[in-house]
Design a protein around this ligand. Structure first.
Ligand code: BDR
Ligand code: CA
Length: 313
């Protein structure tokens, strides 16, 4: 049976690679793309998501979500990583279709009620839409099957500050709300996503397997690889956002560790995901938080092959 998912995203180049992976996998029924500010402003994230749906020739709702962090001023965007257009400056034409009229949070709530216990939220951007949905409908955790998050880091250093990963740093107060809610969370952070650099040969293979969608990823990833390859001898990039989806296709690819996680919100620790594996602490600051699962290791060759195989479907 297929798994119903909502992809909450801020496309974004690794978001693009993940979205096409979801579209190509027979494992998923993608109910909709909900968008959020993050790599780019939310208006651009929503238009980009629409472009990706159109490129794949699918009829899937795309919703616009929160534009601002839960607390504090507008965030800074990662155009230096994803390009001015969020697609690596490839001059892709604007989409022709229209956005769904519902907000991202409304869409999540509606789908959760329509398919109680069946919907998994795959969140690969900052967590503002999920925090808002929780505020609007506190019963949500009872209706959602799982929340699979790309974000944070248990043991590895951050990528925005020494301690914080971008998605969590961008909306730390929202993340704190999401991690405190009583739903089943699997977190895929920099411990695994930064552990697997992809060489140019990888996107060449995606393009070979799927000239249209893989070809788009290959083109968009040029600018993205320029960023990630600075100061390195070899060209590489990272496809963070596809990891939670890969887990849903084959959980045996990952080692998962259970524990309690807190999110820092003060300036020094903003966005830090501070993780205490089960049995490692007696502090109630952690024990009062729900148990979550964190990916702490991944099988590189098998994961890489899965991405390539699924693009070829
Ligand atoms: C995360 O931040 C964004 O730049 C990527 O799309 C990914 O979701 C990695 O830290
Ligand atoms: Ca993302």
């Amino acid at each position: 049976m297929t798994q119903k998912i909502i992809l909450d995203t801020d496309p974004g180049i690794d978001d693009t690679m993940a979205i096409f992976f979801a579209f190509q996998s027979p494992e998923f029924e993608v109910l909709g793309l909900t968008t959020v500010f993050g790599n780019v402003p939310v208006t651009m994230a929503a238009q980009n998501a629409l472009s990706l749906v159109e490129l794949a020739e699918l009829d899937i709702p795309v919703c616009k979500g929160v534009a601002m962090p839960h607390v504090g001023p507008e965030s800074t965007y990662a155009h230096f990583v994803h390009g001015d257009d969020g697609f690596g400056n490839i001059n892709h034409p604007a989409p022709t279709g229209k956005l769904d009229g519902r907000s991202s949070a409304q869409f999540i709530i509606e789908m959760a009620h329509k398919y109680p216990g069946e919907v998994t939220i795959v969140a690969v951007g900052p967590l503002g839409n999920l925090a808002l949905a929780l505020k609007l409908d506190p019963e949500l955790p009872k209706l959602i099957k799982e929340v699979n998050i790309m974000g944070g880091s248990a043991f590895a250093p951050g990528n925005v500050t020494p301690v914080a990963e971008a998605n969590i740093w961008n909306d730390a107060y929202a993340a704190e709300i999401v991690f405190a809610a009583s739903w089943k969370i699997n977190m895929f952070g920099l411990d695994v996503t930064y552990d697997l650099p992809f060489a140019p040969d990888f996107t060449t293979q995606l393009a070979k397997q799927n000239p249209k969608l893989g070809g788009f990823v290959q083109k968009a990833a040029e600018f993205y690889s320029d960023f990630y390859s600075q100061g390195k001898d070899e060209r590489v990039c990272f496809f963070h956002d596809a990891f939670p989806l890969a887990y849903m296709v084959d959980s045996s690819l990952f080692t998962m560790t259970s524990g309690h996680l807190r999110v820092g919100t003060d300036p020094l620790h903003r966005g830090q995901t501070s993780f205490a594996p089960v049995g490692s602490t007696t502090s109630e600051l952690w024990l009062n938080m729900p148990l979550i699962n964190v990916a702490t290791a991944v099988d590189h060759p098998r994961l890489t092959q899965l991405f390539i195989d699924v693009y070829g479907n």
